[in-house]
Design a protein around this ligand. Structure first.
Ligand SMILES: [Zn+2]
Length: 549
């Protein structure tokens, strides 16, 4: 039934709705930023009134806007806009050049920071590494972090500003590398980096610019919604402020960190304060984050089987639970309480043992609280044990697949080196999860572990388990490839459910927000290579054109 006259009708195209009731259409009517109706050209034209705008699609294709379920959007944009970033394989010279370039573009006194540098560069950096950075600038504090982010390299200006000039006192839990005269050489580790880190905090103006930048970037890729997987107060404040200013043309959800990689825990009172203070129209804050394990290259992901001895791992000393960042008891307790308080929990879990423990904790919450309707997520879900595949559906849990490394990429050789080729045959078990009717979502994990947030290469990789850009040869676990029809819900309807927005977005259904993209033709008519190179012609969010190609 027609409730109102449309503001706009778009006709003469093809429409993929992702709504099983009316999967395909040729036209769509919008009113007040929402979808009024989807149907044939004749049906939709009949709704138009005197003030209705007519848009001719000329055979172009419309489908729902894409949803990214794990991206550190502000971090990524800040890194691109303000930080030195040369990637994990750059030489010391390249890093220093990039640092010099950044210093030349920043007013004196502003901190130049970024990285990463690697420990194999240490001898090249000299006895007193701060001198090398002093040559770049004595008027800017310079702080460069190593790949682990636990070790900082600073110039003399930064060292003084951080209160570590002269002959600094030792810092408990920290390492200050010293020159012969007792002064700091420029290398600081663990708690000794705190003062330097404080110099690298982005200003509010920078955070605002970063929010505009990721919004532009995401809308251009076809995204209309995303989830921030690791929010602390500065991120919450910045997302909230961007939404209040009307500059974040995306639906967002932020998982507030409850238990990070350190032993520190955020109290429930603090979690409640953060969720109440920063929720806004387009920012949902009823989400929490826990870290269950680490990452494979540093042997900190929790696997039931040992890493390879040939990679330098102590196989005899392997203890699967030794790399858990949270004990099973505390984990279960936390899940029960977060579920009770209405927080949807995302758990970082890479190794099969960590994933099992994550599912155990969800099971504990279900046992105590019943099925709460909150779909807790195993983030990354990289290596799932056979016995756990079916548990996702049974527990109403989500396998959030990220980073988008299911096709050959720069990290594949190092994964094979530490885990072995055989274990990689079961990385990102999309086919098995699909067969087990597990709910899955797509995520890039940009910028943490993926060079970009492009969903199209991610989608093409799911279909082929090849790198369709042709940069990296071979396949990654090709038996786990899924079809386009199987993959699309991960980017749309399932993503909307994980945002708790299934009645608001994710499909082109009357009453939902008009969040959609226009493509030159349907994805089903594209080769995987074409899908990988796809860019939307237009992105609409709440009916507004937020990107035009
Ligand atoms: Zn991440």
């Amino acid at each position: 039934m027609v409730r109102t006259t449309p503001d706009e009708v778009l006709t003469g195209g093809t429409v993929l709705t992702m709504d099983s009731k009316t999967p395909f259409a040729t036209a769509i009517a919008l009113a007040g930023g929402r979808i009024l109706a989807v149907g044939t050209d004749a049906e939709i034209k009949a709704l138009a009134g005197a003030g209705t705008k007519h848009t001719q699609l000329h055979g172009r294709h419309i489908m729902p806007g894409l949803i990214e379920s794990h991206t550190h959007a502000l971090w990524g944009a800040c890194r691109d806009l303000f930080d030195v970033y040369t990637g994990y394989s750059a030489s010391l010279t390249e890093l220093l050049q990039a640092t010099g370039k950044r210093a030349a573009n920043l007013p004196a006194g502003s901190t130049v920071h970024g990285g990463p540098w690697r420990h194999e560069m240490r001898s090249e950096m000299g006895q007193c590494p701060r001198i090398l950075l002093d040559k770049i600038s004595r008027e800017h504090p310079i702080v460069l972090f190593d790949t682990s982010q636990h070790v900082a390299w600073a110039n003399t200006f930064a060292i003084k500003q951080a209160g570590l000039g002269g002959i600094p006192d030792d810092i408990k839990g920290g390492v200050i590398e010293r020159s012969e005269d007792g002064s700091a050489s420029g290398i600081f580790a663990e708690s000794a980096i705190e003062g330097l880190k404080a110099l690298t905090v982005h200003t509010e103006a920078q955070m605002a610019e970063a929010a505009r930048e990721f919004t532009r970037y995401f809308n251009g890729l076809g995204f209309t919604a995303f989830k921030e997987p690791m929010a602390f107060e500065p991120e919450l404040r910045a997302y909230h402020a961007a939404d209040q200013r009307g500059e974040m043309t995306l639906h967002a959800a932020a998982h507030i960190v409850k238990a990070g990689v350190s032993a520190e825990r955020v109290s429930y009172d603090e979690l409640e304060r953060l969720r109440k203070s920063y929720r806004s129209e387009n920012l949902r804050t009823d989400f929490a984050k826990l870290f269950v394990d680490g990452v494979a290259p540093s042997f900190t992901a929790s696997f039931s089987e040992p890493y390879l001895a040939s990679a330098g791992y102590d196989v005899a000393g392997h203890m699967p639970d030794a790399t858990l960042l949270i004990s099973p008891e505390e984990h279960a307790e936390m899940m029960i309480e977060l579920d009770r308080r209405g927080f949807t929990v995302k758990m970082h879990a890479v190794g099969d043992n960590a994933i099992s423990k994550g599912l155990d904790a969800i099971a504990a919450a279900r046992r105590t609280n019943g099925m709460s309707g909150l779909r807790h997520e195993i983030a990354h879900a990289s290596f799932i044990a056979d016995a756990d595949v079916a548990r996702f559906r049974a527990l109403d849990a989500i396998a959030e697949l990220s980073p988008k490394l299911w096709a050959p990429n720069a990290a594949t050789p190092s994964q094979i080196k530490v885990l072995g080729a055989q274990r990689l045959e079961k990385i990102y078990r999309l086919k098995d999860l699909h067969a087990a009717k597990a709910e899955m979502t797509y995520a890039s994990d940009w910028p943490a572990s993926a060079p970009d947030a492009n969903p199209w290469t991610g989608l093409a990789g799911m279909l082929t388990r090849r790198d369709v850009t042709g940069q990296f040869a071979g396949t990654v676990a090709p038996s786990q490839a899924i079809s386009l029809a199987e993959a699309l819900p991960l980017f749309t309807t399932n993503g909307a459910r994980s945002l708790k927005m299934e009645t608001e977005t994710g499909s082109l259904t009357a009453g939902k927000w008009a969040d959609f993209i226009t493509l030159p033709k349907p994805l089903s008519e594209m080769t995987p290579e074409e899908i990988g190179a796809c860019t939307p012609l237009q992105t609409r969010w709440k009916g507004r054109v937020v990107y035009e190609g």
